[in-house]
Each structure stands twice: as C-alpha cells, then as structure tokens.
Design a protein around this ligand. Structure first.
Ligand code: HEM
Length: 482
C-alpha cells in the first residue's frame, strides 16, 4: 500500500507529459473529444496510455469562451490526487466547478462558501455556521429521513403497481428536497408557498450553473448545436431568477432560527447567510443527493439476491438486538457500512476536483515525481484515483465487503468522495464537505429502510452526463419483519 502522503521526495523527477495544443483550437479539440468523440473515461484513459503517465497536461471543458484558461495538470492516481486535499498547497478560490465560475447573480451577488478558499476569513465564519446548524439538527436526521423514505418507498410501490416501473431519480429527488427543506426550515415546503414540484426550480438553477460541464447525450447530428448552446457561453441567470427567488423567500421566512444564529453568533449578514443556506440546501445537499442515491441503489442492486440477503440479515439482526434504528445500531452494521463506502469509492458522486498551485511544488505519483509551477491549475478525476489498481485490488469490481475488518478499514484513507479522506473530519480550515457524516448516515438509513421493507429488488440503470438514471422494476416484500 502506498504512503498516504504526496510529499515524500524520494521519487525521480520527470517533466509532465502532454500538451495544450494551439490556443483556442487545442481546447476546442479536447472539449469535443471529452463530450462527443471519446467520452469522459476514454478521454482520460487514452491520454494515460498515450503519455504512459497518470499525471499529464490537458485542457478541461468547457474552454472557449467560458473558461479564460482551460489548461490543467491532471492528477489521476490515488497518490498524486491527494495534493488536491492539501490546502497548504492548493488554492480553492472559485474553483468549485473547475476552470470557470458561474456568475454570482445565481446566489444573490454573493460568493458562497463552496467558492471560498480557507484563507478567506469569510470561509471560516460561514463553514462554522453550517457545521453548527448540522450539529443542532443531529437528533432530527434519523426520524425525519425515515419519514421521508417511507413516503418514497410507498411512491415507488404505487408507480410499479400502476406503470410496471418507477423512475427512482424523480421520486428520490422529491424525497431529498423534502428532507433538506424540513431539516433546515420550520415545516414542509408546501406550508411555505412552495408547490409540490418546487425542487424542479433547484434543478433548473443547478443546470444553469453547471451546463458547461454537461452533455445531454443527443443524437450526434445535434452535437454541434448542443456544443454551441451549452459550452460556448454562460446561460443568463435571469431565466431562472423567479424560481430561485421563490425558494430564497421560502427559506428566508421559515429558517428564522438558523438565520438569527448566523447573524448574532457568526456575524454574517442575514441575506448573505440565507443565500448560503439556499446554496447548501439546493446545490450541495440536494444536488449531492441527486447523484448519490441513484448511484448507491445501482451498485447495491448489482450485488443481486445474495448480497441483498446478507444485508437484510445484518440489518434486521442488529436492529432487533439494539431495539431500533439508532446511531449505535447503524455503527454495528459492518457490511452495510462497507457497501456504502464501496459505492462512494467506485463512483464518487462529485467526480471532479480542482485547485491552483499556491507555490512551485513537487507532486509525487507512485514511482515518479513532477514539478508544478505556482498558479498552474491542478485537476483530479476522482473515479480514477479511487480505482487506482496500486491501492485497490480488483478496482473496477464492486466488492461489497472491501472495507470490512481491520485491513479493510485501513483503505478508508483512500476514499476521497467528500473532498477529504474518509478517515478525517471537515474543519473550517479545509474544504472537506461539512455534510460528510450526515451523507454517510443517510446512506445507511436508506439501506436499512430498503431492507427492512424488501428482501430483494431489481432495477434498470443507465448513465447520465452527471450521474446515473435508475428505474425500479420489482421488489419482494420482506418475509420477516423486525
Ligand atoms: C449528498 C451528497 C453530498 C456530496 C456527494 C457532497 C460532496 C461534496 C464535495 C465533493 C465537496 C467539495 C467540493 C470542492 O471544493 O471540490 C463538498 C463541499 C461542501 N459540501 Fe458537500 N456533499 C454532499 C452533501 C452535503 C450536505 C448534506 C451538506 C450540508 C448540509 C453539504 C455542504 C457542503 C459545503 C458547505 C461544502 C463547501 C465546503 C467548504 O467550502 O469548505 N454537502 N461537498
């Protein structure tokens, strides 16, 4: 197993292979390769093969005219990738989405927490506020999420009964929005002037910010048209402003207690705190869950009846012993926990990470080292780092018990989904997701509810530009109840 740190200096220094091509045309070619001719994984794999290196130079989409500079140094193995987690080495200012930043008019004119570098004093204030909100809601997580899941599974069953299949993504999105709103606000969305499909306003708002990174997978005759529409110029925020304003107003009027705390304890202006809260709820949490849950369900489904039987056994036995769905019970479910880490490893919900070199530095990969100059943009494609064959055996395989036991747990340091190691916790001085523990907790509760209700289930999955689409096809109701 390699050293977890990227700062040992014993490897031979090599020049970084790869090229950016001609100005404008090089970036355009790379964008077309990425979206249309090769696709995401092949784009990176073909370059790893061509250069014989997991570290190389390339342009990353979107390029012209949205990014002012699309040139990056890609770090695609588990060792070199970890430089992106070291905030003493990389600056994370405005790099959440990569080589471009959406207009602040999507967020009331504010640069919200996720775009701030920890060296900016506002980062600590806002992140402390978010961590404190989450801590204050600790006792709500399990009962609220279980109530939301109960509705989700009833909806899935109704849809299968009526239409033979259930669109998991749409139903899960409704559930996630409901959960996030009720977690932060006082009451249900519909009690605060929001319609039953208010989450689609978040969907549009997210799409308008991330469209430069998205391809809709249309027929190839439409590629040029799509490329011009989505990847050349930013879409204007005014087209989604009224939907955003509705959500902002609902949060503003119903999250009073949290906003008071932001103003008085963390000295953040009320409107800035609310725009941050909406971003955390809509982009970070709801947006994260949109990618997380379908991916998790897909991988659990891929284990088939035998994995389902093992999970159901573990979950039902522990809950019986512990007398309910509690944190202590969830902590005892070693296979369930491992399955979730494995899903987060094999398909991290947020696959891209960026950071700008703060100084001239040497970045190690497994056998060699590379010099990166101050100001260069470093880019990590996380699925390759967490499927590094030098760290994980059979990296392309979903190994459900990979993280069980002492040896398995040692591998958690290479699970990076939260923009930090799974063995570390987020602080105000880093950029690790403050929702890390909540996300793992919710994933566990999702599997617990699933296998308390069903013995097994089947789905159909397909790949989307950002994430997975899942349709539930069938389920077998639990033969044994706890
Ligand atoms: C549901 C699945 C989630 C995923 C996959 C996810 C993933 C991530 C990742 C990868 C980052 C780092 C982005 C970067 O700088 O490159 C991040 C940051 C962040 N996440 Fe999450 N997240 C999720 C849920 C949540 C939740 C539930 C919350 C809060 C309630 C949250 C709040 C944040 C915030 C505020 C940041 C910025 C941290 C900072 O600036 O230091 N996320 N998240």
């Amino acid at each position: 197993m390699p050293s977890p740190s990227s700062d040992q200096n014993s490897r031979p220094l090599k020049p970084i292979p790869g090229s950016y091509g001609l100005p404008f045309f090089g970036a355009l070619k790379d964008r077309h390769d990425y979206f249309y001719y090769q696709g995401q994984d092949k784009f990176f794999l073909s370059r790893i093969k061509k250069y014989g290196s997991t570290v190389f130079r390339t342009n990353m989409p979107p390029g012209p005219f949205i990014s002012s500079d699309p040139r990056v140094v890609a770090v695609l193995d588990g060792v070199s990738f970890s430089v992106l987690l070291d905030n003493s080495k990389v600056e994370k200012r405005n790099v959440l989405d990569g080589t471009f930043m959406p207009s602040t008019s999507f967020t009331g004119g504010h640069r919200v927490c996720a775009y701030l570098d920890p060296s900016e004093p506002k980062h600590a204030a806002i992140k402390s506020f978010i961590l404190s909100v989450l801590a204050s809601k600790h006792d709500t997580f399990i009962p609220l999420f279980r109530a939301c899941l109960s509705e989700l599974f009833t909806n899935i069953e109704d849809n299968i009964r009526d239409n033979k299949t259930a669109n998991f993504n749409a139903l899960s999105d409704d559930m996630s929005f409901n959960f996030v709103f009720r977690l932060f606000c006082d009451g249900k969305p519909t009690e605060h002037g929001l319609g039953p499909k208010a989450n689609t306003d978040f969907d549009k708002w997210i799409f308008f910010q991330l469209h430069p990174l998205i391809s809709l997978g249309l027929s190839k005759f439409l590629n040029v048209f799509e490329d011009m529409l989505l990847h050349m110029f930013p879409l204007p925020s005014f087209l989604v402003k009224s939907g955003y304003d509705k959500l902002y107003n609902a949060f503003y009027s119903s999250a009073g207690v949290i906003l008071d705390e932001a103003e008085h304890r963390f000295k953040i202006k009320r409107d800035e705190a609310c725009h941050n809260l909406v971003f955390v709820a809509g982009f970070n949490a709801y947006g994260g869950m949109k990618a997380l849950f379908p991916g998790l369900i897909k991988w659990v489904a891929s284990g088939g009846e035998s994995l389902h039987r093992q999970l159901a056994d573990e979950i039902r036995t522990v809950i019986k012993e512990e007398g309910g769905v509690t944190i202590a019970a969830l902590n005892k479910m070693s296979l369930t926990k491992s399955v979730i880490y494995e899903a987060l490893r094999i398909e991290p919900p947020v696959p891209f990470q960026y950071g700008k070199a703060k100084e001239d530095m040497v970045v190690n990969s497994h056998d060699v080292a590379f010099e990166i100059k101050k100001g260069e943009m470093i880019f990590g494609y996380q699925p390759f780092a967490t499927k590094d064959p030098r760290i994980f055996t059979n990296p392309e395989e979903f190994v459900s018990d990979r993280f069980v036991g002492e040896e398995g747990e040692k591998l958690l340091q290479y699970v990076y989904w939260s923009n930090g190691r799974e063995t570390q916790n987020p602080t105000v001085d880093d950029k690790q997701c403050p929702g890390k523990d909540l996300v793992v907790l919710l994933s566990r509760v999702l599997l617990v509810e699933l296998f308390l209700r069903y013995d097994t289930f089947t789905i159909e999955a397909s790949k989307l530009s950002l994430g997975t689409s899942v349709k539930f096809l069938s389920f077998t109701k639990a033969t044994m109840t706890v």
